[in-house]
Design a protein around this ligand. Structure first.
Ligand SMILES: C[S@@+](CC[C@H](N)C(=O)[O-])C[C@H]1O[C@@H](n2cnc3c(N)ncnc32)[C@H](O)[C@@H]1O
Length: 257
């Protein structure tokens, strides 16, 4: 990566926060690396039920970039399907975990230390750009969406998972999610729950406009519902009963024209 000081202040903050908490993500990361099936989000909803990636048989041999890859399990799943993934993440400690898992599980793919807002790779290099709570919430959409568009080949697909807008609107700065709206939707964009980090949660209207302005056609917006047998998660802000009534997570699928 170029100098840390080249990053915007919010990205420097997020990198410091993720450096601190990376050890907490090792065991969850290992469980996901161990899994032979692709799942989405905090309730591990099966891709076979969600269908965000289309026909998995069509993916072999194609090139994928994971934007904010963290411990790298999404890229590992794609590699097992025969794809050629590349992971980029801004936090060295997260990449160290990903490298350790590559050794442990015998799956190798390039890992780049850098920001998903400024990827050091040529235009039109990938068929799929994917993010599971990576760039999709930690990067500025007005920067990372154009970057994803640049990296994709015509006809390529952008798939990303993020917190739903309604979950952000019902989520106070501290404590569990509420049954009432606690945040305004107009001007919702940059959200700072604490002094440690900065998230981005653009609502659907401006996000659709941004995707279209960058040459994408929006194909799907999938609301994630926890399965009937789901159990409460380790994420204290989220409440299973809440998530059975309203979508807590959503997957966007868009095609580069
Ligand atoms: C919740 S993890 C998601 C990754 C993966 N799905 C996982 O759970 O390991 C969020 C990741 O986004 C990364 N991240 C934050 N800001 C970033 C940026 N500007 N560019 C690339 N990665 C970034 C963090 O370092 C962290 O590894």
């Amino acid at each position: 990566m170029r100098l840390m000081s080249d990053l915007p202040i919010y990205a420097q903050k997020n990198r410091e926060m993720w450096s601190k908490y990376a050890p907490d993500w090792v065991e969850p990361g290992r469980k996901s690396w161990e899994s032979s099936v692709i799942t989405w989000g905090i309730w591990s909803v099966l891709e076979s039920e969600v269908g965000a990636l289309g026909d998995l048989g069509d993916l072999a041999g194609k090139d994928a970039i994971e934007l904010g890859c963290g411990t790298g399990y999404v890229s590992a799943w794609l590699a097992r399907l025969g794809m050629h993934p590349v992971g980029i993440d801004v936090t060295p400690n997260q990449l160290a975990t990903a490298r350790a898992f590559q050794q442990e599980f015998g799956i190798d793919f390039p890992l780049i230390e850098g920001s998903a807002e400024n990827v050091p790779l040529p235009d039109a290099s990938f068929d799929l750009a994917i993010s599971e709570y990576g760039a999709s919430i930690w990067c500025d959409p007005y920067v990372w969406i154009p970057e994803a568009a640049r990296l994709l080949r015509p006809g390529g697909t952008l798939v990303f998972l993020r917190n739903s807008t309604i979950s952000i609107l019902c989520g106070p700065d501290t404590g569990p999610i509420s049954n009432v709206l606690v945040r305004d939707q107009f001007d919702l964009y940059r959200v700072e729950y604490d002094a440690e980090s900065v998230e981005f949660h653009l609502p659907a209207g401006p996000l659709i406009r941004l995707l279209c302005a960058n040459g994408f056609e929006v194909l799907d917006l999938i609301d994630i519902k926890p399965p009937a047998e789901a159990e409460p998660t380790r994420f204290e802000y989220m409440n299973l009963e809440w998530a059975k009534k309203w979508p807590a997570e959503e997957i966007w699928v868009a095609k580069k024209k």
